[in-house]
Design a protein around this ligand. Structure first.
Ligand code: BGC
Length: 371
C-alpha cells in the first residue's frame, strides 16, 4: 500500500476512535467504573525511551476526546498487575501493555482476558500465555542485525576485539536483538575479523550461527546489562580491568540500547589503552543524539515511536469498532502465535542524524549543540 494512502486510512481510523471514544462518555480517563476505553501500561519512567512513548501517546491524543489512561509500572511486575486491575475497574475494553517482565505479565493479561478485554502487547511480547490478542512492535531482529552490520562495516582489519552486551533476560526483545546481531557477527568472528573479548559462553558458541534460546540465555546471562545503565557501566569496568593488552586498541562494542551505550562508551573512552571504539545503540534518545554529534557514540537505531503509537491506537479503534485489525505476521510467544504488526527501523549515525531526526521533525535543532 502507498504510504499516503496508509496515512489517510490511519487518520480515518484515529478520527473514528475520537467519535467512538466521545460516544462512550467521559474524556481524560478519570473517574469510576466505565470511564476509560483504552488502558495503557508502560514499564518505567526511569528510562527516557518510555517517557518518550508516553509523550507520543499524549501527542497523538491531544485535542481529542480519547478516553485513555496511561500508567507506569516502575520496574515492578506487582505494580503492573495492580495497574491493570485499576484499569479493569475503570471499564477498559482494550489494554495496550508493554510488560516489565514478559513471563510475569501473563497473570495480569489473563485477568484482563477474563474481563473480555482485548490485549495488545506493545513493543515487548508477553510470553507463555494465550491471553495476548495482538502484538505491535518494531522489527527487533532487524535492530540487532543493523547494530552488528554497523560494527562489521566499521571494523578495522583482522582480530579486532569485540565486546558484547545485551538487554534484560526478562525481556523477549533482548533475545531478538541479540539473535539478529549474532547472525551477522558470527561469520565475522569465524573468519577472524573479530575476536570475542568478554564472554566465554559466546566464545564456546562461536561456530554456531543459529543459536537456540538456551544458548542465547547462556551468553546473555554473562553480558546482560538488565537494561540498567549503571549495571552496564560496572560490567564494562570489570571487563576492561580484566582485559589483556591485545583486547584493547581499536575495539568494537555491541551495546543493546542508548542508555547502556552512553555509560559503556564513557568507560571505554576513559581507558587510555583503548585507541578507538565503535559502539552501537538504539532508541535515538536525545542524550545519545548529542553523543553521536560529539563522536562519543557511533550510531543508534531510530525506532519512530510515533508509528508504534499510531499502530497501537489504530488497532484499539478497530477493536472498539468490532473489526479485526490488520496484521502483517505473527510471533510465537511460547504458548501461541500472536498476530503482529511490525514497523521498520532506521540506522542513524553522524552522517544522517540531521536528515532523519531534525529535518523529519522528530526533534528540534535547538535541543542539540554542534549540529
Ligand atoms: C525496547 C528498547 C528499550 C529497552 C529498554 C526494549 O524492550 O525495545 O527500545 O531500550 O527495552 O527499556
Amino acid at each position: 500500500m502507498k504510504k499516503h494512502v496508509k496515512g489517510i486510512l490511519l487518520l480515518a481510523a484515529v478520527m473514528m476512535f475520537s467519535i467512538v471514544a466521545s460516544a462512550c462518555g467521559n474524556s481524560n480517563g478519570g473517574g469510576g467504573g466505565g470511564s476509560v476505553n483504552v488502558g495503557i501500561v508502560l514499564p518505567t519512567k526511569d528510562e527516557p525511551r518510555w517517557v518518550q512513548d508516553e509523550q507520543r501517546f499524549k501527542d497523538a491524543l491531544s485535542g481529542t476526546k480519547y478516553n485513555t489512561e496511561i500508567l507506569f509500572s516502575q520496574g515492578s511486575s506487582a505494580k503492573e498487575k495492580e495497574n491493570v486491575e485499576t484499569l479493569l475497574n475503570k471499564g477498559i475494553k482494550v489494554l495496550i501493555i508493554c510488560p516489565q517482565d514478559g513471563d510475569a505479565a501473563a497473570a495480569a493479561v489473563e485477568a484482563a482476558k477474563k474481563d473480555g478485554v482485548t490485549v495488545i502487547s506493545y513493543d515487548r511480547l508477553i510470553t507463555n500465555t494465550d491471553a495476548v490478542d495482538y502484538y505491535v512492535t518494531f522489527d527487533s531482529l532487524a535492530v540487532g542485525a543493523a547494530q552488528a552490520q554497523y560494527l562489521v562495516d566499521h571494523s578495522k582489519g583482522n582480530g579486532q576485539p569485540l565486546y558484547l552486551y545485551a538487554g534484560a533476560a526478562t525481556d523477549n526483545n533482548a533475545f531478538l536483538f541479540f539473535q539478529g546481531a549474532w547472525q551477522v557477527l558470527q561469520p565475522k568472528i569465524a573468519d577472524g575479523t573479530f575476536k570475542i573479548a568478554n564472554s566465554s559462553e559466546a566464545e564456546k558458541l562461536k561456530d554456531t550461527k543459529d543459536l537456540s534460546r538456551d544458548q542465547m540465555s547462556s551468553i546473555i546471562g554473562q553480558v546482560t546489562t538488565n537494561w540498567d545503565p549503571n549495571e552496564a557501566k560496572n560490567k564494562a569496568q570489570t571487563h576492561l580491568t580484566a582485559a589483556a593488552a591485545d583486547m584493547k586498541g581499536d575495539v568494537a562494542i555491541l551495546a543493546p540500547n542508548d542508555g547502556t551505550a552512553r555509560n559503556i562508551a564513557d568507560v571505554f573512552g576513559s581507558d587510555s589503552a583503548v585507541t578507538s571504539y565503535v559502539i552501537t545503540g538504539q532508541d535515538a534518545e536525545k542524550a545519545s543524539i548529542q553523543y553521536i554529534i560529539d563522536n562519543k557514540q557511533s550510531m543508534t537505531v531510530f525506532k519512530d515511536v510515533r508509528t508504534l503509537v499510531k499502530d497501537a491506537m489504530g488497532m484499539a479503534v478497530e477493536v472498539l469498532d468490532g473489526k479485526s485489525p490488520e496484521t502483517t505476521g505473527s510471533y510465537n510467544n511460547g504458548s501461541t502465535d500472536v498476530k503482529a504488526k511490525q514497523t521498520d527501523v532506521i540506522v542513524v549515525d553522524k552522517d544522517n542524524v540531521k536528515k532523519e531526526l531534525i529535518d523529519s521533525g522528530y526533534y528540534k535543532a535547538d535541543e542539540f549543540t554542534g549540529l
